[in-house]
Design a protein around this ligand. Structure first.
Ligand code: GSH
Length: 233
């Protein structure tokens, strides 16, 4: 059966999930052969053992692993002979911190900036679910979450990225001389942005732009599949 990564697809089979992109980068880093299986939000309950609430979900020889952090740890511990995602236990702890920082400081404001783009892109069977679940989470309507000019909400995220820029002043990748899991957590977020919206998070002058270009150059399979919803197929 091989390794299968269950990934979220929106309209036109475009893959957008920042968490799923983390797992894609991790699989590429480990050099494992795998295939992706597309699902939609309302299809997640039918994946594998039927117990999963979110994607990504990894299936590997009968093992089912949900949650991007659990997947990264599973890959690291199951395939220790392959290139390390963390570079040891201290690196693992630092990657966890970076992931938690990205979730709170970058992903949450990103969802506010992008919520109507995401709503507009989900598959028809997901529309009601997406609206209801996100309105419950935020305690307001999607339109209230997205009130005001989008550029203002984009600017909030751009400012939040400052620690990453400082890091890249010292070294070519967030993890040091080569990309590791911390880089993939951030790159996964940017893959979401570039796929879903014309709103430009990273300007040409932003030092994160050449870093992202280096990341995609290192992973041509991901670059090839990183279709943008707004460009069409
Ligand atoms: N902690 C999880 C979060 C994953 C997550 O939230 N994925 C979203 C897609 S981007 C999802 O599956 N949402 C399901 C839902 O909202 O019902 C991880 O790191 O994998």
């Amino acid at each position: 059966m091989g390794v299968i990564l269950h990934d979220l697809a929106v309209q036109d089979d475009v893959r957008l999930s920042p968490y799923c992109w983390r797992a894609r980068f991790a699989l590429e880093h480990k050099g494992l052969s795998y295939r992706t299986a597309a699902t939609c939000f309302t299809g997640i309950a039918s994946i594998a053992d039927g117990k999963q609430k979110t994607v990504p979900v990894l299936e590997d020889g009968g093992r089912v692993v949900g949650d991007s952090w659990a997947i990264a740890n599973y890959l690291e511990d199951t395939y220790p002979e392959r290139p390390s995602l963390f570079g040891g236990e201290v690196g693992r702890a630092h990657a966890l911190f970076l992931q938690n920082w990205v979730t709170t400081a970058v992903l949450r404001p990103s969802l506010k900036a992008l919520v109507l783009d995401v709503y507009g892109s989900v598959q028809p069977q997901d529309r009601d679910y997406f609206r209801t679940s996100r309105e419950q989470r935020f305690g307001m309507t999607l339109e209230e979450i997205a009130a005001g000019p989008q550029e203002e909400r984009v600017a909030v995220v751009r400012t939040a990225l400052e620690p990453l820029r400082l890091q890249l002043k010292e070294q070519p990748f967030l993890s040091g001389g080569n990309p590791m899991y911390a880089d993939y957590v951030v790159a996964g977020t940017f893959m979401w942005w570039r796929g879903i919206t014309r709103a430009q998070l990273l300007t040409r002058e932003d030092p994160l732009t050449p870093w992202m270009e280096r990341m995609l150059a290192l992973y041509p399979a991901i670059a090839k599949e990183s279709r943008r919803l707004w460009d069409g197929p």
